[in-house]
Design a protein around this ligand. Structure first.
Ligand code: HEM
Length: 417
């Protein structure tokens, strides 16, 4: 339940604005200290100037929940720049194409389109995926070298998540790595801020659009059980404009790809930082379901979601004006001292790990959460069956951005315990 707004009113910030959108904070893994400051002294703070323009920073748990529960006042609409900090509310950037997709829509359009896709991610549908995911995970783990260095991101996280998406869309298997490439361009908020970067991103997304338009034609003639066929058959989506169709595919691919990938990389890195917790998990595999939640909380694969103010409001104290960007820092809420004891630390048996906001909250809560959990759960289970441990060799290379929170490369070595 969201908390009453009256209880969430904040005092004047006690500190100068802290710009937590700086990519260096994430590349160098230095984001925890500034968020600690913000939670303590300025949980809702206006940042007048940043690489992404002015924005409101919301860094504690309860106001984020509250804002997400008010989609009429705090819009997700692509028309205002959508759900990441990257795009401006008032006018498109040079070379920007605003892309409709249901994560970036408000009711009623959001409701209808979500309803079409959601059944493909229901409990029984996801249970049906289990055997296939298990087989793919087992085969992959059995092919990995023991005691020899390799890149965990490339060989495990990317391979497993891209394979899953290719299956969901019945995408040509041998071309599945294209999904990774398109997804990386789609979610890169830094690229978006330069006109040349935006052109490159548009080209990649156009290439993706053409590939999927071809699949669309094929599935029209010969429908199957895959997600494209489901979308084509539904009332809400069959008459979508090509822009909407492609936008929603981008959403499913970007939404399902680097997020799950980074939860798998977060598992390897996170447990290497907390070896006692790793030992606890290795000694008791019944902790796996809880550890999955805890790892998704700790990693927070999407550091933020953004909303745009629809009407002037002072519900939290300071005046938020129509058109203002509001950035909801899940990565900080998931470390909020009021909700999570010692939130910067991984505890595989944390009692309330499930309360994390990594999948968001309210009407937009992640539609693919069960699929992500299934993949991570299966990976941990198959590792446990083989008594395999990931040893991280040195610091990983991290994604240089404040949106996708993750790893580009991570050298590891496997050993048996
Ligand atoms: C650990 C992995 C994942 C994380 C952390 C994640 C995170 C999120 C977040 C934060 C949102 C927005 C919530 C909000 O605005 O309140 C979201 C929405 C969404 N996610 Fe995920 N996601 C993950 C995996 C997936 C997967 C595997 C898929 C599909 C294959 C997927 C598809 C979507 C879609 C379609 C939406 C839009 C829902 C809506 O607007 O109603 N996600 N996800």
């Amino acid at each position: 339940m969201a908390t009453a707004a009256a209880d969430l009113r904040v005092k004047e910030p006690e500190i100068d604005p802290i710009d937590v959108s700086l990519k260096e904070l994430y590349t160098e893994d230095r984001f925890e200290e500034p968020f600690r400051q913000l939670r303590k002294h300025a949980p809702i703070q206006f940042v007048p100037d940043s690489h992404f323009g002015p924005y409101w920073s919301v860094s504690t748990y309860k106001p984020i929940q509250h804002i997400e529960a008010l989609p009429k006042l705090f819009s997700s609409s692509w028309k205002y720049g959508g759900i990441s900090i990257a795009f401006d509310s008032d006018k498109p950037l040079e070379n920007e194409i605003r892309q409709p997709m249901f994560i970036a829509m408000d009711p009623p359009n959001h409701t209808a389109q979500r309803r079409t896709v959601a059944p493909s991610f229901g409990p029984s549908e996801v249970a049906d995926m289990k055997a296939e995911v298990q087989q793919r995970t087992a085969e992959l783990l059995d092919s990995l070298p023991i005691g020899e260095p390799f890149d965990w991101v490339e060989k495990v996280s990317i391979e497993l998540t891209t394979g899953m998406l290719a299956k969901l869309f019945d995408f040509p298997w041998e071309q599945r790595h294209k999904l990774t490439e398109w997804s990386d361009y789609g979610g890169d908020v830094e690229l978006i801020r330069s006109p040349e970067g935006l052109i490159l991103r548009n080209e990649k997304l156009q290439e993706m659009g053409m590939a999927f338009a071809e699949l669309w034609q094929q599935r029209l003639a010969n429908p199957g059980k895959d997600l494209i066929s489901v979308m084509l058959k539904s009332d809400a989506m069959k008459d979508m404009s090509p822009e909407e169709f492609i936008g929603n595919l981008i959403l499913l691919i970007v939404g399902g790809n680097d997020t799950t990938r980074n939860s798998m990389s977060g598992y390897a890195y996170g447990l290497s930082q907390f070896p006692e917790e790793r030992a606890k998990l290795e000694a008791d595999p019944s902790l796996i379901p809880n550890a999955v939640q805890e790892l998704i909380r700790w990693q927070t694969p999407l550091a933020h979601m953004r909303r745009t103010v629809e009407e002037d409001t002072d519900m939290f104290g300071p005046l938020m004006k129509k058109g203002d960007k509001v950035v909801l820092w899940y990565i900080s809420a998931n470390r909020d001292e009021e909700i999570f004891d010692d939130g910067e630390v991984i505890k595989v048996d944390r009692a309330n790990a499930r309360r994390h906001l990594s999948f968001g909250y309210g009407i937009h809560r992640c539609v693919g959460a069960r699929v992500a959990e299934l993949q991570l759960h299966t990976l941990l289970e198959e590792m446990a069956k083989r008594r395999l441990r990931v040893n991280v060799l040195g610091e990983p290379e991290r994604v240089p951005a404040c949106f996708v929170h993750g790893y580009k490369h991570m050298q590891v070595e496997l050993s048996h315990y």
